[in-house]
Design a protein. Structure first.
Lengths: 301, 351
């Protein structure tokens, strides 16, 4: 049995945990056809069951607590290629990555984790507002010279890493992952644009180019070291309340979602020939299982 | 999170018995003198605290020696030396007195790529992304400012280098390194030339760019002194050997939005042109390949001037060096040993 390990990367509220919940529901229920199917049911599924129950019951899936890492392990099979393997991915909290960016330090265990990773699931959310608008973007015509001179004398506030635009933080993180102390290796990255229903774009590539142009350039500009694909994913199916908000919160939206007879069809996936609800499609590609795929994992540079 | 007795590397700290840090770090886990735990963190699947930044909640957080990832900030001279040993880079030294626009230019180049491809170029990477983000932060809406500005580079800071890797479609990666040093340091070196030797950025620079503050040059109040001091700076550097390494010099007029916004913009531009031509001609006569250009890196005084001259600047600064036009040495005789032998035989036969 082959084990495929993926690292799940994304800043806060980028849809990582919802993806994990929806994936487990999809595989466990077997309601709709998927490229990869669930294999042997063995192991500890406590975390997956916790979050998948929320998903199934139509509640917003909470984010991973900042002091936790959750290892998700699922046995998978692909009958067409006789693949039988174990998918492992580590769901790290968004705060962990933001802290990594701010402190520039990590645990040796994280270095080992990255070293053993086959691919990266990089989450970005179409829900997140653009955070790198410049003041100039909103200045019409001319600024008064007196105003400009006055501004120049204002004291400079302290640098706050949390205010660095998310696309810059993500590029920095990806660059860090191919520099020491991490092993130098090629990266295969599946970019998951979550909350895809809010994206107003035809393809995830288009969204990436428009909404995170620096990240898009970085991914496209390094074909020697990075292979990537972008997928649009709506794993939740729409806006939902938190369970703590009580049964009356967003009742209409929740009822509409719960009214969908086959819950797996709440999931929407677009890009690279993925089935309309098939969350395993990015994993299939990431694991190098597509026909004529290169033996990706053996490549180093 | 595992609670355990903290141990300190300092002999006179009683934290292990009293629980009180000698330097009053609170929580204690934040004290850098604590001994790293011997436990194998990797073995703890359910330990939490990943990717390894210690939680500081509680009285004592589990201590695991953390690993430094790449800094992402401005490169030091040592970093630059290491980079130049591993990669081919175009090195540009930015020279200008206080507020000439050096840091604004650097921040603006980064900001252009944050908005998308720039000119013909695509962003490939930067070893100083964090450094760029720090310099650009006060131009973002999130800064809360009404007018964009750039943080001042302090004289206390040593020279720093910014890195950008870019590429054109179908071409290889081009690495650009640009220096940033406080204007005060250049002013000091102009006045006391014994300090010029400390300006290490000139030793590796392929191109030296003198930033000319166009509004200051053209203002009636400052033009006499500023123009004199600008030329004095170039001469001071030239006379003390700082310009000998670079293959090209550039006079780069900045803040063209302010010139364009003026009611007398035509007059100001004519004065600027005259000054640029005089400086360029003077340097060329001294055997220094020099050109002049104009930019606007932050069009805040006149929005429609746009980011004037920046894409051309990236193209110019990243252009591969022209092939050296070395004259072929004249051959003193045949290159092959057999031909030289035949030559000797012929000579002997002739005698």
């Amino acid at each position: 049995m082959r084990t495929t390990r993926h690292l799940v990367v994304g800043l806060q509220e980028s849809g990582k945990t919802t993806f994990a919940a929806a994936l487990w529901y999809l595989l466990d229920s077997g309601e709709v056809p998927t490229r990869l199917r669930k294999g042997l049911h063995e192991g500890d599924y406590l975390y997956l069951e916790e979050i998948t129950k929320l998903w199934g019951d139509g509640w917003r899936v909470g984010r991973t607590s900042h002091d936790r890492q959750e290892a998700v392990r699922i046995n998978l099979v692909d009958e067409t290629s006789n693949y039988s393997g174990k998918l492992e991915f580590t769901d790290l909290s968004g705060e962990s990555f933001e802290k990594l960016f701010a402190t520039r330090q990590c645990d040796p265990a994280f270095v080992e984790l990255v070293a053993s990773t086959d691919g990266i699931l990089l989450f970005v959310s179409a829900r997140r507002k653009i955070d790198d608008h410049t003041i100039l973007d909103f200045m019409d015509g001319a600024g008064q010279l007196s105003e400009l001179e006055a501004a120049a004398t204002d004291p400079d506030p302290k640098f706050d890493p949390a205010k660095v635009p998310h696309q810059v933080q993500l590029v920095d993180l990806l660059q860090a992952l191919v520099a020491p102390p991490f092993p130098r290796k090629r990266l295969r990255i599946a970019v998951i644009v979550s909350a895809w229903d809010l994206s107003r774009r035809n393809t995830a590539d288009e969204w990436l180019q428009d909404s995170m142009p620096l990240l898009d350039q970085y991914l496209r500009g390094n074909p020697e070291t990075i292979d990537f694909r972008a997928y649009g994913v709506s794993a939740q199916g729409g806006e939902l309340p938190k369970k703590e908000d009580g049964p009356q919160a967003m009742r209409a939206e929740r009822e509409a979602l719960l009214g969908i007879a086959t819950a797996s069809t709440r999931i929407k996936v677009v890009g690279h020939g993925a089935g309309p609800h098939d969350l395993t499609s990015p994993l299939y590609w990431l694991g190098g299982l597509e026909s004529n795929d290169e033996p990706w994992r053996d490549k180093t540079h | 999170m595992n609670a355990q007795t903290p141990e300190c590397t300092l002999a006179d700290c009683t934290v292990s018995s009293s629980g009180a840090c000698r330097f009053n770090h609170n929580p204690i886990g934040t004290c850098p003198n604590l001994v790293a735990a011997k436990e194998d963190f990797a073995a703890e699947d359910d330990a939490g605290d990943v990717p390894g930044i210690e939680s500081t909640e509680g009285t004592f957080a589990r201590i695991v020696k953390s690993v430094q990832i790449w800094p992402g900030d401005v490169l030091s001279q040592v970093d630059l030396n290491a980079l130049l040993r591993s990669q081919s880079c175009s090195v540009v030294a930015l020279v200008g007195e206080q507020d000439a626009g050096k840091t604004t230019l650097l921040a603006s180049l980064y900001a252009q790529f944050c908005k998308g491809t720039f000119g013909d170029f695509i962003f490939v990477g930067s070893k100083t992304l964090l450094g760029f983000a720090k310099r650009h932060r006060l131009a973002l809406m999130s800064s809360g400012f009404a007018v964009p500005k750039t943080p001042r580079t302090s004289r206390a800071d040593q020279v720093g280098y910014f890195h950008l890797a870019v590429r054109r479609a179908g071409e290889g990666v081009r690495n650009l390194v640009m220096s940033d040093r406080s204007g005060e340091a250049y002013e000091a070196a102009r006045i006391d030339t014994s300090l010029i030797g400390e300006l290490t950025e000139f030793r590796q620079a392929d191109r030296i760019v003198f930033l000319l503050d166009a509004p200051k040059l053209t203002s009636l109040e400052t033009r006499a002194t500023y123009s004199r001091q600008f030329k004095q700076m170039i001469h001071a550097l030239r006379d003390n050997g700082a310009l000998s390494q670079a293959s090209e010099l550039e006079v780069l007029a900045t803040k063209m939005d302010i010139i364009e916004a003026s009611a007398k913009s035509g007059e100001l531009k004519a004065f600027l042109t005259q000054f640029e031509e005089a400086v360029v001609q003077d340097l060329r006569q001294k055997g220094l390949e020099t050109s002049s250009y104009r930019i606007c890196a932050m069009p805040k005084a006149k929005r429609d001037v746009g980011f004037l001259g920046l894409s051309e600047l990236v193209a110019r600064w990243t252009a591969p060096p022209a092939p050296l036009d070395l004259p072929m040495p004249r051959a003193d005789g045949p290159a092959r040993e057999i031909d030289r032998l035949v030559g000797r035989w012929e000579l002997e036969a002739g005698q």
